[in-house]
Design a protein around this ligand. Structure first.
Ligand code: XMP
Ligand code: MG
Length: 178
């Protein structure tokens, strides 16, 4: 598995520090607001679990699974909710936790859905952002790292469902794709 990695972009220790900083900021900004923190499965599961440990105020969590890609590796803009939330977002301060924003189509659809369900506020925290590939206007409120236009794996992110368990974020060797 490690043989498939061309380079490590951010180590486990880099990410730990970044997640801690994000958590400290969110702790301040969401104090007294009892946020509903929503993990977008599957990619955000590791980021979510590390991040909530660094948010030191009362909060609730829930999970949502969406698919946007179908067969292709590019976003189609057609988003399907595969697993919906268990709780209502009405009147809640929602914090969406995403692994990576690419075209932004998945997230802009989700924000629309949550606003239509009358969330009091919808805030986005993403660990990674690839702004060069944006197809819609969308700025995350909180972000860990800005990435170049390279496909990355690890720390929850996959290629064909593999590599999610790598503790760092890295780029795959080109031969792995072919
Ligand atoms: P959009 O394009 O709608 O898609 O912003 C966001 C989703 O695309 C996936 N994605 C990636 N997954 N490495 C991955 O493992 C990447 O480099 C990458 N870029 C986008 C991811 O599932 C994200 O939620
Ligand atoms: Mg994925």
């Amino acid at each position: 598995m490690l043989n498939d990695i061309e380079k490590v972009l951010y180590s486990e220790e880099d990410i730990r520090q970044k997640v801690k900083e994000l958590g400290e900021q969110l702790t301040k900004d969401f104090a007294g607001r009892n946020p509903l923190v929503i993990c977008i499965l599957k990619g955000a599961f590791i980021f979510m679990s590390d991040l909530v440990k660094e948010i030191k105020i009362p909060l609730e969590i829930d999970f949502m699974a969406v698919s946007s890609y179908g067969q292709s590796t590019k976003s189609s803009g057609v988003v399907k909710i595969i697993k919906d939330l268990d709780v209502s977002v009405e009147g809640r301060n929602v914090l969406i936790v995403e692994d990576i924003i690419d075209s932004g189509l998945t997230l802009s659809y989700l924000i629309d859905v949550l606003e239509h369900r009358n969330a009091a506020s919808v805030t986005v925290a993403t660990l990674f952002d690839k702004p060069a590939r944006r197809a819609v206007e969308l700025q995350p409120h909180y972000k860990g790292y800005t990435l170049p236009d390279e496909f990355v794996v690890g720390y929850g992110l996959d290629y064909a469902e593999k590599y999610r368990n790598l503790p760092f974020i890295g780029v795959l060797k080109p031969e792995v794709y072919s």
